[in-house]
Design a protein around this ligand. Structure first.
Ligand code: HEC
Length: 171
């Protein structure tokens, strides 16, 4: 009977536990998110995607409205979306990102972020959030103005009366 040395046995035993080959340059969705919303700058100084695009329930008020919502863009473009970002052809974006190209690793990160959004439901109330927030800010400013000037125009007569001065000194 063939005797397999212990070391070889050990290798066979360990093979299933060896780390699997890392998948091809998968991007990091966290970094992608930061690049998308602009908390991390694109290396060549391009503007963050959020300036023109919404994606998922990004931040409280969502992203810009100039470009289409990108929540389900990964479903339409697939992994090729990273390539599209390295070599942008969308008319509005092209001149901007030709001058400030997106690096391959950045494109991978953003693609990974967009992939993670597939199927996310976009809150329909983003517009109403904006409306309500503007109203709240408006009311707060009115209150501040009212508070700062609350003594304006009411002072003169009241002070004269309470000082006991004659209202019409000529008489
Ligand atoms: C200056 C505004 C602007 C910025 C910044 C911008 N985009 Fe766009 N994007 C657009 C507009 C507008 C379109 C619609 C196509 C066109 O007219 O270019 C578009 C189209 C797209 C599309 C195709 C969507 C579709 O469904 O057809 C993708 C994907 C996309 N942008 C991804 C991005 C990503 C990722 C970033 C950030 C790296 C980004 N965009 C930054 C304006 C912008």
């Amino acid at each position: 009977m063939l005797r397999v040395p212990g070391a070889v046995m050990l290798v066979f035993f360990l093979v299933p536990f060896l780390p699997a080959q890392a998948p091809m340059a998968a991007g990091d969705p966290q970094t992608g998110r930061q690049l998308f919303i602009g908390t991390r700058e694109l290396k060549n100084g391009g503007p963050p995607c959020m300036a023109c695009h919404n994606a998922g329930a990004i931040e409280f008020l969502g992203g810009g409205n100039l470009g289409p919502d990108l929540t389900n863009s990964f479903s339409s473009f697939g992994p090729g979306i990273a390539g599209l970002l390295e070599n942008v052809s969308f008319p509005v974006m092209k001149p901007i990102y030709d001058a400030h190209p997106i690096q391959p690793d950045e494109a991978q990160d953003i693609a990974a972020y967009l992939k993670g959004l597939s199927g996310v439901i976009v809150p329909v109330d983003l517009f109403y959030r904006f409306l309500v927030l503007s109203l709240v800010v408006f009311v707060v400013f009115m209150l501040i103005i009212w508070f700062a000037w609350r003594h304006r125009l009411v002072g003169a007569r009241k002070r004269l009366v309470s000082a006991g001065l004659p209202l019409n000194p000529q008489r």
